[in-house]
Design a protein around this ligand. Structure first.
Ligand code: FAD
Ligand code: NAP
Length: 316
């Protein structure tokens, strides 16, 4: 029986592994379907992780993390988790995609999320070289420059407002003339003189060279083609929370989620189910930053230690 099963090996999972093992839990396994490190390993420039003064790649930032955790006894299994269940006695079972299972006293879900792609030409090719899905991460690289934002939802307009504090101009490109975002957010964005709107329009192509993005070709519904010479484009067309492991065979969810599929947690990262925690980008109101995911992981691990100690005392 594991003391703690960690699902996901990004900053949240690794930090939880470090705190849980160093804090005395035995038999802690982190299940990660790929290489540990998480979403940040896709980034070519990280300059906002505290204590790291140089600009580093995401790979460089994360490289020492697994070794540090393993030193205190964290075990890693390279495996995809298909489902997490809990029996009547409160014991969790981790069901791996290969059919094998592991039982655990506590479980932590930190499987992150996946921003959706808009689907225009060049979006994949220039991802990380001018195409971004994170204004907090990359906005500063465009200080006093013009950028574009794609999307008309709450995220697009809130991030456009954030970018307007940094950039000289923010062009919001939306495929309709009405916005999905809350009316108050639309009003604030429209009142911001640094934000302009290109509506009834879709991005056809992002173009550039080896140095990165140089501009966008935008097609209006009227047929008009607009060339927008900007070095950065932020795509906010929806976000999928990686919550599939919490889905039960009968279609219900193991714990409470909000309407957008984010796991509801309290300030201690406790879900609605005793002994089950969630941390990082998978949880409600996640700031979607490495430092925050790491903090969540530590918080969740400290809670798991307390829970396991209590369970073991009870069993004596
Ligand atoms: P993730 O890092 O997403 O890790 C989740 C892990 O779970 C993944 O490794 C995944 O493989 C694994 N997983 C998912 N499902 C399963 C399953 N069923 N079974 C097994 N494993 C599973 N943040 C910053 O602070 N600064 C930046 O500059 C910055 N730049 C970014 C640039 C890019 C291109 C991207 C994509 C993100 C950036 N971020 C940045 C955001 C940051 O990467 C995330 O906020 C952070 O990684 C979230 O950590 P996490 O542990 O919650 O989830
Ligand atoms: P969203 O509400 O689904 O909005 C996505 C936007 O992208 C929509 O405007 C959509 O256009 C557009 N879009 C989708 N696919 C596209 C494509 N291929 N090309 C061009 N445009 C495309 O997503 P979100 O903004 O990430 O928000 C997700 C959920 O979180 C929402 O329910 C939102 O309300 C919520 N949220 C709330 C807050 C808040 O309350 N403060 C903040 C952020 C997010 P259409 O409108 O034409 O479909």
């Amino acid at each position: 029986m594991l003391d703690l099963a960690i699902i996901g090996g990004g900053p949240a999972g690794l930090t939880a592994g470090l705190y849980a093992t160093r804090g005395g839990l035995e038999n802690v396994v982190m299940f990660e379907r790929g290489m540990p490190g998480g979403a940040i390993t896709q980034s070519s420039e990280v300059e906002n992780y505290p204590g790291i003064k140089e600009v580093v790649t995401g790979m460089e930032l994360m490289a020492p993390w697994p070794e540090q955790c393993m030193r205190f006894g964290l075990k890693q299994e390279m495996a995809e988790v298909a489902r997490l269940t809990r029996d009547g006695e409160g014991v969790f079972t981790v069901h791996l995609s290969d059919g094998s299972t592991h039982r655990a006293l506590t479980a932590l879900v930190c499987t992150g999320g996946t921003p959706r792609k808009a689907g225009f030409k060049g979006e994949e090719e220039f991802f990380g070289k001018g195409v971004s899905t994170c204004a907090t991460c990359d906005g500063f690289f465009y200080k006093d420059k013009e950028v574009a934002v794609v999307g008309g939802g709450d995220t697009a307009l809130e991030e456009a407002l954030y970018l307007a504090n940094i950039c000289s101009k923010v062009h919001v490109i939306h495929r309709r003339s009405e916005f999905r975002a809350a009316p108050s957010t639309v009003k604030r964005a429209m009142a911001n003189e640094k934000i302009d709107f290109i509506t009834d329009a879709v991005v056809e192509e992002v173009y550039g060279d080896a140095m990165g993005v140089q501009g966008l070709k935008i097609r209006k519904k009227s047929g008009e083609l607009i060339d927008l010479p900007v070095p950065g484009v932020f795509v906010f067309v929806g976000y999928d929370v990686n919550n599939a492991v919490l889905k039960q065979e009968d279609g219900s969810w193991l714990c409470d989620l909000n309407e957008w599929g984010q796991v509801i947690v309290d300030l201690s990262m406790r879900t609605s189910v005793p002994g089950l925690y969630a941390a990082g980008d998978v949880r409600i109101q996640a700031p979607k930053q490495v430092v925050c995911a790491a903090g969540d992981g530590a918080t969740a691990a400290l809670q798991a230690i307390e829970y396991v100690q209590h369970k073991k005392r009870e069993a004596k």
